[in-house]
Design a protein around this ligand. Structure first.
Ligand code: P6P
Length: 340
């Protein structure tokens, strides 16, 4: 703290300084990529923040690969990310929740050494009720040699990610990211137009008594999950005070609260969604990297999310993510039931 004041560190400066320390040989390419994502977030934020005023509320009548109504802001966010990222010569391919197939780099532009997997606007069912929503992104180094990228470049294990992050459009707009050296949060100052470091080196506690799950699915849960949720809700000597329930229904918002306050978010496989609802490449894997870097963890119930070998671009996985001890506890309930 210089002269008792918090130093004002912009995202750009943080990225450059981190890159200089972590990758002295880096030509600043990677920093350019991350700053372009941040600029995209500012553009989407500006649109999201005036959603109520413009005719962007409501759906386009299109359904996406997930069979979900595409809200106009979803479409705007998707198109904006693609247009902002496809010509900067850093990427050889992209994968988006809103696009069934791989997004290729137009022939007019150079193919780069990275790929970007992203969910342009997660939680979109909350857009027109003014609940926080977010953009999630995941960056890998390409595995193919030169030329246009392929699905193989996008479908890499979470453990191989170079960078993961999200932009949360909430009471303020925040960008949270990790490149494998801790998790850092930046708050957008709309007047200055800069993301300023507000949450350096975020860490989760080992355990916290907050759980997030859509309990209306109780009847279609496996017995292991029912037993686990009953266990953490018990008021008894062994358990002490029961867990507090918090569920926004917007993954980025639920995850961000648990990242800052501790807790566990659960979206299990159930009779309605046998593989779970959330997608591996651009939801579970990036958030898993952030959780692990903050001292937490993420599992599909039996395997770390970061170690799952992707089988398709839009693959769904069960997701248990948050404080290490809480995730290990649900894994033990699932394991117990498997061995019955
Ligand atoms: P449910 C939003 O549509 C989303 O993909 C995530 O942001 C959120 O965590 C989840 O679905 C909510 O799903 O079935 O509880 O409404």
């Amino acid at each position: 703290m210089a002269n008792g004041h918090q130093k004002i560190i912009t995202l750009d400066r943080h990225i450059m300084e981190t890159q200089r320390q972590e990758y002295p040989e880096a030509r600043g390419d990677f920093s350019k990529l991350l700053m372009q994502i941040a600029l995209t977030g500012k553009i989407i934020s500006s649109e999201v923040n005036k959603a109520g005023l413009l005719d962007v509320i409501g759906t386009t009548g299109i359904t996406n690969i997930q069979g979900e109504d595409v809200q106009k802001l979803d479409q705007f966010a998707n198109q904006t990310m693609i247009r902002m990222m496809d010509h900067i010569g850093m990427l050889c391919a992209m994968a988006s929740e809103e696009e069934e197939d791989l997004i290729h780099i137009p022939k007019a532009y150079e193919n780069g050494n990275y790929v970007l997997n992203f969910d342009p606007l997660d939680g979109s069912s909350n857009i027109d009720v003014n609940v926080s929503i977010g953009t999630i992104f995941s960056i890998h180094h390409r595995v193919t040699k030169g030329g246009p990228g392929t699905e193989e470049d996008c479908m890499q294990k979470g453990r191989e990610q170079l960078c993961a992050g999200y932009i949360l459009y909430g009471s303020s707009t925040m960008l949270v990211y990790t490149t494998g050296n801790g998790v850092h949060g930046f708050t957008l100052d709309p007047v200055v137009g800069e993301f300023l470091l507000s949450h350096p080196n975020i860490k989760m506690p080992e355990r916290a008594k907050i759980y997030s799950v859509n309990e209306s699915n109780y009847d279609i849960w496996d017995q292991a999950l029912r037993d686990y949720v009953s266990h953490i809700k018990k008021r008894d000597k062994e358990n002490g005070t029961p867990y507090t329930f918090r569920y926004i229904g917007s993954l980025v918002a639920d995850f961000h609260r648990n990242l800052l306050k501790g807790g566990i978010f659960l979206y299990p496989n159930d009779k309605k969604s046998p593989h779970g609802k959330l997608r591996l490449l651009y939801e579970a894997a990036p958030l898993a990297m952030i959780a692990e870097q903050a001292g937490g963890t993420a599992s599909n119930g039996s395997k770390k999310i970061m170690d799952i070998e992707p089988e398709s671009l839009h693959q769904r996985v069960p997701l248990y993510i948050g404080c290490k001890k809480d995730v290990e506890e649900i894994e033990s309930f699932i394991n117990k039931h498997k061995n019955k």
